[in-house]
Design a protein around this ligand. Structure first.
Ligand code: UD1
Ligand code: CA
Length: 462
């Protein structure tokens, strides 16, 4: 018997009042829908994940790729209709499905596993996950009979005044046996205020056909939060940030002013790391022991070695090896790989380049499309001239090269090991090893020029 997850992500997200489809919105720089899909993968009990897409479907598909199957809901006729379009992909009707809204980023693996367990242990045909919240505005309300059994879900805008005071709500997570699910869906209609096919109506239908229905109560209500607008998104993100930061601090990561620090949920940080204020570390980044990151630093999809110090800098898709210092105001990007014990200082940009051990570019340098050896010194203002307006070219610098200040290395070019480049040189040719290269005009001093010039000027004005 197969288990399916059906995630509803076809809606436009009208209440977001923006362009991006709602389920693609990021929290801590990761799309909402990716959290749900990852957490379902982590349960290891689901055989197939089906994502119902519709409005701007391609945006969702680009995020999830082939990790899931897709059902296409051409017109967004309601949550019930969205599940109906998934039917052809649910091939094992003897199995069960968990249905989740795609706008519920805080739901965790344990909730899904426990709800399934409850469904099985209690032999339900349908299990609805509910919770209690202080402010139930916008959620479907759980209506129970005198004995406390689930009767139906009433949507917020259809609820009577007394029903609106009910604070037990529909989380939007249902576990249903497949035969029952699709039979019940055939009976729902759109005779309601929104003229939509509500998935919530299956509760009443299952109840009336005497199926065994029950609820699983989620204690951590915040996990059920549905993100319908940008304010809710900020609340969900703040909660996620708090959880991640707390867990990291308990594992030995020091954070100064943690409310200003954003760490993505796929980031790995080892103990003895200190993170300073206004720092973002996102994507699949890894920060090794003893590193000090921030303040005011962004690190995305990058690996930072042991004891690295990285201040006031941007590091994207790059690797920094151990004992290196970066910043202030450095920018490493697109596959920069900085060797151990380097110094990448003020206003230095490194792009698609690698450096060896103990290399230094302390101030105002651009290193692009270059392979740099060990013990190299980049003087202040030294740059690789890698672009002629059409193509990019490579620069190779051997070990122990000393590059003076304000040197232009016009690529493609190779500077062999042990060479010294005089300050102010513009190099257009390769430099053989252990050479001194000078490529600049000789200095001319015109003695007494100023004095003579001034007396001439004076005479003219008289
Ligand atoms: C829904 C529930 C409500 C519950 C709440 C929990 C219904 C009718 N209401 O309300 O009881 O308390 O979630 O958060 O189910 N979607 C589609 N296709 C559609 C319509 C929606 O894929 O035609 C998707 C949306 O993209 C979204 C999810 O379904 O991810 C839920 O839709 P939404 O409009 O947010 O429902 P709510 O009004 O929040
Ligand atoms: Ca919602």
């Amino acid at each position: 018997m197969k288990k399916y997850a059906i995630i509803l992500a076809a809606g436009k997200g009208t209440r977001m009042k923006t362009e991006l489809p709602k389920c693609a919105y990021p929290l801590l720089r990761k799309p909402m829908i990716a959290y749900i899909v990852e957490n379902i993968h982590h349960t290891h009990i689901i055989d197939d994940i089906i994502v119902v897409v519709g409005h701007k479907a391609q945006v969702i598909k680009d995020i999830l790729g082939d990790t899931v199957k897709y059902a296409f809901q051409e017109e967004q006729l309601g949550t019930g209709h969205a599940v109906m379009v998934a039917e052809p992909l649910v091939t094992d009707l003897d199995g069960a499905s968990v249905i989740l809204p795609g706008d519920m980023p805080l739901v965790d693996t344990a909730t899904i596993e426990k709800a399934f367990q409850e469904h099985k242990d209690r032999r339900h045909d349908l299990t609805l996950v509910t919770t209690k919240v202080d402010d139930p505005t916008g959620y479907g309300r759980i209506v129970r009979n005198e004995s406390g059994y689930l009767e139906e879900i009433v949507e917020h805008h259809e609820a009577s005044y007394s029903q609106q005071t009910i604070n037990e709500i529909n989380t939007g997570i249902y576990i249903v046996d497949n035969h029952l699910l699709f039979a019940a869906l055939k009976q729902i209609n759109n005779n309601n205020l929104k003229k939509e096919y509500y998935l919530t109506d299956i509760i009443k239908i299952c109840k009336e056909s005497n199926h065994v229905i029950g609820t699983y109560f989620l204690k951590e209500a915040y996990r059920a939060m549905g993100v319908n607008d940008l304010y809710a998104l900020s609340i969900a993100e703040a909660r996620l940030r708090l959880n991640i930061n707390r867990e990291l601090m308990l594992r030995g990561v020091a954070m100064i002013n943690p409310e200003t620090i954003t760490i993505g949920d796929n980031v790995q940080i080892e103990e003895n790391v200190t993170i300073h204020p206004n720092t973002y570390i996102t994507g699949n980044s890894v920060i090794k022991k003893g590193a000090q990151i921030g303040p005011n630093t962004e690190i995305h999809e990058s690996k930072i070695g042991e004891r690295v110090i990285c201040r006031h800098s941007l590091v994207y898709n790059s690797i920094i090896h151990e004992d290196t210092t970066v910043g202030p105001f450095a920018h490493l990007r697109d596959g920069a790989e900085i060797g151990p014990k380097n110094r990448i200082g003020n206003f230095v940009e490194v792009k698609k380049s690698s450096t060896g051990f103990n290399t230094k570019a302390s101030h105002l340098a651009y290193i692009g499309d270059a392979t740099i050896g060990k013990n190299v010194n980049f003087g202040c203002g030294a740059i690789t001239v890698n672009y002629d307006g059409k193509h990019k070219y490579q620069t190779i610098v051997g070990d122990d090269v000393f590059i003076g200040c304000n040197v232009n290395m016009i690529a493609p070019i190779e500077i062999e090991e042990g060479s010294l480049i005089a300050a102010g040189s513009t190099l257009t040719q390769n430099v053989p090893k252990n050479s001194l290269a000078i490529a600049r005009a000789y200095q001319v001093n015109k003695e007494n020029y100023i004095k003579l010039h001034r007396s001439k000027e004076k005479k003219e004005n008289e």
